[in-house]
Write a protein that binds this ligand. Sequence first.
Ligand SMILES: Nc1nc2c(ncn2[C@@H]2O[C@H](COP(=O)(O)OP(=O)(O)OP(=O)(O)O)[C@@H](O)[C@H]2O)c(=O)[nH]1
Length: 203
Amino acid sequence: MLEEDMEVAIKVVVVGNGAVGKSSMIQRYCKGIFTKDYKKTIGVDFLERQIQVNDEDVRLMLWDTAGQEEFDAITKAYYRGAQACVLVFSTTDRESYEAIGSWKEKVEAEVGDIPTVLVQNKIDLLDETVIKNEEAEALAKRLKLRFYRSSVKEDLNVNEVFKYLAEKYLQKLKQQMFTQPAIKSVSPAGIAVKACSSVGIQA
Ligand SMILES: Nc1nc2c(ncn2[C@@H]2O[C@H](COP(=O)(O)OP(=O)(O)OP(=O)(O)O)[C@@H](O)[C@H]2O)c(=O)[nH]1
């Protein structure tokens, strides 16, 4: 257990090429909706959702970053302070699969090694797939990442992705608190949310 009255806030960045379904995934998770329209994300956007993980209240702040390279300079700044990451590619877009390694590097360059998952979205379009199952699994293995196949459209595996990340992060936090007890007193209420500190705890 973490200390009573302590809320854990986790900044999660969702990254990947344009149109793979990042905004849709965040909307589905935080608002429970799905729309067919594609509206390119300009820069970044963010939504949040509160969940319970092993009896702890966890607030997930999901940062939706633009997939288009033209926004790289803006989005990079928002990776800072991220405590978890979702790398997304689409079942129907080979380039988005091939770009995963470089997205991972971009995030790592800003925040180092954080709990990360690999997600193959649009699994409802499996008939039109351009990526073999073995290829996707090999990528996850090579990058040493937990791998999920999701359909935001059909609400398949979206909750699982974020639950896994929250659990991973809590595990890491508890280990840190055990080895560095001073961490408990860091970050007054609000700061973790507004400035997204790398500690992510609010007293
Ligand atoms: N069939 C299907 N379509 C999806 C799914 N998820 C998203 N889409 C559609 O894919 C398109 C792009 O989705 P977005 O969520 O806007 O993609 P994005 O990754 O945020 O794109 P950028 O903002 O450009 O980075 C939209 O038309 C969505 O409706 C899915 O699971 N299945």
